[in-house]
Ligand binder design. Structure first.
Ligand SMILES: *Cc1c(COP(=O)(O)O)cnc(C)c1O
Length: 372
């Protein structure tokens, strides 16, 4: 069993993806070819955002968003310590300071209750992460940001492309949305890729310029930029994958519901589930649960041929690269990091395989005390 089954997905979409790739090989415009704009139009339509700017990766999307918002050394950016390093790295790369806010224990997303206290005159942006495919509390976050002088809000939607919040698409819920097309994300390419989404014309223009070395026209550099384009072949792969993406989103939601009911039936006292808020639909980029004695369970599952992963074992405030003695303790993130475990998840996961995962999980967890 694969943790993420990309082979079955390719098999199902082989014709579309191969055709798309061959079209690029035939026209030969590997950089900024027609598929780049075609994808940007398609994704803007999907999310409802006015602008989509494709970029080299999700990390690059976050970096370009912060550069476009003019984040500089000495500025502060409020975010969650319970995320992939990229969210924090881009802040540090610009010489700004990440200001951490602890998470909610039941969704693992940033706890909006604590954001206001973290705001200072130096706050330049807020980056909530829509973790595991569930959108963070965007309305409440936007409201706090607005109250304090319209602080820009960047949704790190690397794991939530396709998710909805009050019926609206992730990526189009704040000043800027940033997503990733890393192969294992809900909408992946066959290498690195990412995109920014915004309804702000000036910000979109800044992102487009920064993406290509800060050029407003060829060899005229208006601002400092990066080499941050997404290549045509990767755009072609995403276009091929879009053909059944609607089905994949539905399938992911269905699989999430199936996991929850199977786990409740077989391991209710030993495995904790994440909460999905009533006003949003999670697309389960990872199907993450909470367990005690995680190492024991992981190794029992491994022996049974079931791969698992940990997203994430150590919060960012406890990483040597980002340690800041003034921000040394975020107890919920620390506790959660010790309990989370992700199970195999992808649209092509079969019901039989899922049942086997849950029965093995139940067996492994049976002798262990309750987790949440
Ligand atoms: C994957 C991920 C990123 C980075 O995306 P890349 O395309 O790998 O650069 C950023 N933030 C989060 C939360 C992620 O999961």
């Amino acid at each position: 069993m694969d943790f993420i089954d990309l082979k079955s997905q390719y098999h199902a979409l082989k014709q579309q993806i191969d055709d798309r790739i061959h079209r690029v090989l035939n026209h030969g415009q590997y950089i900024m070819g027609p598929e780049v704009q075609e994808l940007e139009v398609a994704l803007a339509t999907l999310t409802g955002a006015k602008h989509c700017v494709t970029v080299a990766s999700g990390t690059e999307a976050l970096l370009i968003a912060l550069m476009a918002l003019d984040v500089k050394p000495g500025d502060e950016v409020i975010t969650t310590p319970f995320t992939f390093a990229a969210t924090i790295e881009v802040i540090a790369l610009l010489g700004a300071r990440p200001i951490f806010v602890d998470i909610e224990h039941d969704t693992c997303n940033i706890d909006v209750k604590h954001i206001e206290a973290a705001i200072s005159p130096r706050t330049k942006a807020i980056i909530p992460v829509s973790l595991y495919g569930q959108v963070a509390d965007m309305d409440e976050i936007n409201a706090v940001a607005k109250k304090h002088g319209d602080i820009p809000v960047i949704e790190d939607a690397a794991q939530s492309f396709g998710a909805t919040y009050k019926g609206k698409a992730s990526c189009n819920l704040s000043t800027v949305g940033c997503t990733s097309f890393f192969p294992s994300k809900p909408l992946g390419c066959y290498g690195d890729g990412g995109a920014l989404f915004t309804n702000d014309d000036a910000l979109a223009q800044a992102c487009r310029e920064i993406r290509v070395h800060g050029q407003s026209k060829r060899y005229f550099h208006t601002r400092v930029g990066v080499g941050g384009r997404m290549d045509t072949l990767q755009c072609a792969v995403v276009l091929g994958k879009l053909e059944r993406f609607g089905w994949e989103i539905e399938r992911r939601k269905q699989l999430g519901d199936m996991y929850a009911s199977l786990i409740e039936a077989h391991c209710a006292n030993t495995v904790g589930l994440l909460t999905v808020r009533d006003d949003r639909e999670c697309i389960w980029a990872q199907y993450t649960v909470m367990v005690a004695q995680r190492e024991h369970i992981q190794s029992a599952l491994k022996t049974a041929g079931i791969p698992t992963a940990i997203h994430y074992p150590r919060p960012m405030h406890q990483q040597p690269a980002y340690f800041d003695p003034a921000q040394a303790s975020f107890p919920i993130a620390e506790t959660i990091a010790g309990k989370v475990m992700s199970l195999p998840m992808s649209p092509d996961l079969t019901q039989d395989d899922m049942t086997r995962v849950v029965l093995e999980l139940a067996k492994a967890a049976r002798s262990i005390p309750a987790a949440t």
